[in-house]
Design a protein around this ligand. Sequence first.
Ligand SMILES: Nc1ncnc2c1ncn2[C@@H]1O[C@H](COP(=O)(O)OP(=O)(O)OP(=O)(O)O)[C@@H](O)[C@H]1O
Length: 582
Amino acid sequence: MFGQNFQRKYALTDQGVRNTKKGTFWTFLVNLIVMGGMGILYLLMYKLMDTLTEGRPLPSAPPLLGLVVLFVLLSFLTHLQQYKATYGLVYNEVKATRLSLAERLRKLPLGYFGKRDLADLTETLMGDVNRMEHVWSHVLGYLYGSYLSTALIAVCLLVYDWQLAIACLWGVPVAFGLLFGTRRLSARSSERTKKAAVRVSDGIQEALENVREIRATNQEVRYLAGLNQKIDDHEKVTIQGELGTGIFVNAASVIMRLGVATTILVGADRILSGQIDFMLLFLFLLVITRVYAPFDQSLALIAELFVSQVSADRMTEIYNTPVAEGTAHFQPQGHDIVFRQVGFAYDKKKVLDGVSFTAKEGEVTALVGPSGSGKSTCARLAARLWDATEGTIQVGGVDISTVDPEALLRDYSMVFQDVVLFDDTVMENIRLGRRGATDEEVRTAAEAANCGEFIRRLPQGYDTPIGENGAKLSGGERQRISIARALLKDAPIVLLDEATASLDVENETKVQGALSRLLAGKTVLVIAHRMRTVAGADRIVVLDNGRVAEQGTPAELMARGGLYRRMVELQSQSAQWQLNQA
Ligand SMILES: Nc1ncnc2c1ncn2[C@@H]1O[C@H](COP(=O)(O)OP(=O)(O)OP(=O)(O)O)[C@@H](O)[C@H]1O
């Protein structure tokens, strides 16, 4: 019952499965003990009836009182344990699940993040886990515990009097059948609601991220109208979904309660024909109230279970996506990067084909080519941010597809155009380059990256918080911080993606000074659009439409008169372009 399928179905951790078992056991016990309470009531009634009809003396109070006290005590203790095993333990499950999902996401190949965007994944980590928390704490244990206790009670009733038992229990399978029959409908409407919710989060995130562009193009009214529409759609499908589920749950509950009427009818008929006495009918009526009580609650719970299946599936999908794996033991002979007949496709679109080149240790290898020719893709593959679909990439003679990405990336520093900074102090943002670096080492790296001067001007120097994604810094300052990080890491391979593209002349000179310190003696793979930047490279690989068009030293390529030369000439023409020429 609680095997692997169960675990996957409800996206539970191993501990979560153990907790659910405990919750089920205690719910089972609680239901039986409460049923025992009904037994005491029945006994009391039986004795009273004897007194009234047969004139027997009233039963002695102490044993009955003892029984009641025992019942209260047992009931209290089992409820307490049930509470602990469901609500208490499950709150840890939420934390454990979020951590294990985050851990899994950390290891997934970048390609996965193209399939599910940020808002979608945030919705899983926050919304879906929250929804499942309610299922784990309020549903699973109760439901499975109630299944077991009802099955046991049903068997006892059937043995005792099968006709009355059928009269009182027939509604249970019919009600459940109705809910299970409409399960697909609930799941589909829940999926619609979920998609609409993700569209709303996407819209809000996009609006916040692009607030500058929206204002600059006077699109506020149009954009907000679009967002409003998404919110209205979400509201509509949510109401439709809840209405649909509500109708089925209430119908199932009414059907189940019809069992009381049939029990009375069958019971009355059998009393009249002298087959049973009134006390037996009374016993069955007492028992069915207890059988229905947990199931009444369960019907709503089952509906919730169906609706929440979409959330569980979205979490399980993360667990089931294969992670980029490999050996943690990475000991290359040197750090030459060798591409051999590398091919790559994003989904089905092939963007690299038969790419071969070597970026040697101690040299700067520049990747150039028209926009969309595959330069950034090559850099991503070189760091195993994605895996090549054809050919091999080696670093120091080791095929990188066999190396654990985390172990591999210890040997890489990356400086990209879009620098990512965290909402923390300058000091901690640079220290990300090498955890455990001393304050002094951070300062030395910052000075070498020409950061010292602007950091000293900040109100609290190195201890100044820089806002979300470094909002309080200029483009050049952000880029120099990322170079300081790379200097601190001092990895043997440096990947540079158009690092100086968006800077003014003064900043560019400062960044370039910092870069030359960073690059000395390393294997450097640089993606550059400006031919001026790459004229000093040792080797240039020219990509065109996903293939290597030509490669060699800048002088060789100039002499060859191919694509590289054309690009150099085109850029020197455009360098003379001025605003008034438009
Ligand atoms: N995540 C992605 N999913 C799908 N296609 C992508 C993705 N990233 C890039 N591409 C496509 O792959 C091709 C190569 O892109 P790539 O970014 O490597 O080129 P590039 O030479 O670096 O371009 P640019 O100089 O404009 O940055 C392009 O056609 C691009 O549209």
